[in-house]
Design a protein. Structure first.
Length: 136
């Protein structure tokens, strides 16, 4: 089992225990093979991720609340000022409702925060169930 396979196995186990009916994303903050933090996506927000947005398109207005993404949940658990964050890696994996690994590329907002935290090595699952390294 490769390192990434172990993270996939952990994500699948977390998905099973959560009984979530949504796609399940898990983010791991890792240094030297040691997991420092795990975050999972949630419809419950926090100060980092909750946003209220109003848009007007074709005379229709709607408002929605964004929950917390796995990347932000993971980072919120770490007192990043104590660590040199560029020594860490983040691994983000998605497991869909069929138990398959699928695309979990961080969104634009998460990429901005990951860059702000000076994380250089970010890996995510893709639509083919493989792990890719991304640049920010």
């Amino acid at each position: 089992m490769t390192n990434f396979e172990s993270f996939i196995a952990i994500t699948k186990a977390l998905k099973e225990s959560s009984q979530s009916h949504q796609s399940f994303h898990a983010a791991f903050l890792v240094k030297g093979g040691k997991i420092f933090s795990i975050g999972i996506n949630s419809m419950k927000g926090n100060a980092i991720s909750s946003t209220y947005v109003s848009r007007k398109e074709d005379r229709l207005s709607y408002t929605y609340t964004a929950g917390i993404h796995a990347e932000m949940a993971c980072l919120s658990k770490v007192k990043h000022k104590k660590y040199n964050m560029n020594e860490f890696s983040m691994i983000v994996i998605r497991v869909n409702n069929n138990g398959e690994v699928s695309n979990s590329r961080p969104c634009h907002n998460c990429c901005w925060h990951l860059g702000r935290y000076n994380l250089k090595k970010i890996y995510h699952s893709n639509a083919e169930g493989e792990i890719e390294k991304m640049k920010i």
